[in-house]
Design a protein around this ligand. Structure first.
Ligand SMILES: C[S@@+](CC[C@H](N)C(=O)[O-])C[C@H]1O[C@@H](n2cnc3c(N)ncnc32)[C@H](O)[C@@H]1O
Length: 397
């Protein structure tokens, strides 16, 4: 692993009496290679596309399988496809596939505009729950009618790629902090406020939900997502979509996936119980007719490192099964408790027990935090500008 990038600093960490290299540096930058706009779908605790790309380019060849068992918005999945690799993904929340899969089958903007023009969004409709703190009655009405249309198409088995695209974009536009969203000014789009919290935001800002044109918002965001996509990209993505896989089970039980096929895993698991994935996505789940409580009950929420390691050891066993000999696994763990809990140290023994070799730990640190003391990382208050990655390899060639 050492030498993945120039200008990095090497240290070492001793675990169980064995030394592991730790490489610290700025491995990829936003400027280095602009990521495709197609990634611009907000999701809690997502990583930047530059992260999977860095490893996909160095550790795989076109046509090989790249897998993410905790796919989220599908960053690894989409970047793998854009790089001509075969993407496999899994996430216990069905929202993940809703956000990720349609971006491999990108319709033309004419197809999206044509479908939007046909959508029956006139008339009056109210949601079965109170959404008045987020939406003007006219906006709510359009949203409820759009939701009904999409659910009916899905239930009838008539949903097509254009419907799925519109569903993905609408899910992404439900709440946010600009007129590009359906809601009044709210939290950032990756985290829906609870109704009570939104009422407080409205009181504090003395605001009321303004009317929005749902079709226009979807059309505009669609064009933005597609902006830098060439015809070649679309054709390549569609071809790869035919080989792509997307599961919505537990990362420990993916028996539908064939053993020994995966060349590279790039993934980021839930970090203990830091992010409330079902709560933060409650409105997105409602819009898609999904049961937030049932999903919350399945999502891994570990209070202690020991409980977390118990779940992750099952994940590592499954990943060791899926990797081909010589395949790599990049396991990203974020900051927990402002760096006081070092999950990477718990991860190394998990990989070794699953029969993988550990190449070391890589700490990607943005320039402005470079001077930080590495193990007691003193990040800024948001604590999201460092990626801590543990690298493994399955023995064999
Ligand atoms: C840190 S996020 C992944 C974000 C992703 N890297 C991205 O860029 O969007 C972790 C994901 O793990 C999912 N998850 C939680 N427990 C799971 C489990 N036991 N099996 C599979 N997925 C799970 C959550 O739904 C969440 O989407």
């Amino acid at each position: 692993m050492p030498g993945l990038s120039e200008g990095t600093r090497l240290e070492s960490l001793t675990l169980g009496g064995a030394p592991f290299p730790v490489e610290i540096g700025e491995f990829w930058t936003a400027q280095q290679r602009q990521a495709s706009r197609l990634h611009e779908v907000a999701y809690r605790a997502c990583f930047k596309p530059q992260l999977p790309r860095f490893f996909i380019e160095r550790l795989t060849d076109p046509g090989e399988v790249v897998y993410d068992p905790f796919s989220g918005r599908g960053t690894t999945y989409l970047e793998a496809a854009l790089c001509g690799r075969v993407p496999w993904a899994n996430d216990i929340s069905p929202l993940s596939r809703i956000l990720a899969a349609p971006r491999l089958e990108v319709p033309s903007s004419e197809e999206v505009d044509g479908r939007l023009a046909e959508l029956p969004l006139q008339g009056r409709a109210r949601a079965e729950l109170d959404l008045s703190m987020f939406y003007h009655p006219d906006t709510e009405s359009q949203l409820v009618l759009l939701r009904r249309y999409l659910l009916a198409r899905r239930e009838a088995g008539a949903e097509d790629g254009v419907d799925r695209w519109i569903r993905m974009v609408a899910t992404n536009r439900l709440t946010g902090h600009s007129p590009g969203f359906f809601s009044v000014y709210s939290l950032p789009p990756n985290q829906a406020a609870k109704p009570q919290a939104q009422r407080r935001i409205n009181e504090r800002l003395k605001q009321e939900p303004p009317p929005r044109d749902v079709k226009a918002v979807i059309g505009k965001k669609s064009r933005n997502l597609m902006k830098d996509l060439s015809l070649d990209d679309r054709i390549r993505l569609k071809r790869i979509a035919a080989q792509a896989r997307y599961l919505d089970g537990d990362a420990r039980e993916t028996s539908a996936l064939e053993a020994g096929r995966v060349a590279l895993v790039v993934t980021s698991p839930p970090f203990l119980d830091v992010v409330q994935y079902a709560d933060d996505n409650w409105l997105r789940l409602w819009f898609n007719g999904l049961d937030a409580e049932a999903i919350a009950a399945k999502i891994t929420m570990a209070r202690t490192v020991a409980a977390w390691s118990g779940v992750m050891s099952g994940v590592f066993a499954e990943l060791a099964r899926l990797l081909r000999p010589g395949g790599h696994l990049v396991f990203e763990v974020g900051e927990v408790d402002r760096g006081r809990i070092r999950l990477e140290e718990a991860v190394v023994p998990l990989g070794l027990s699953a029969g993988l070799e550990c190449g070391g730990i890589l700490i990607h640190s943005q320039a402005f935090t470079k001077t930080a003391n590495i193990w007691g990382v003193s990040n800024n208050a948001r604590g999201t500008n460092t990626n801590r990655l543990v690298l493994f390899r399955k023995p064999g060639s």
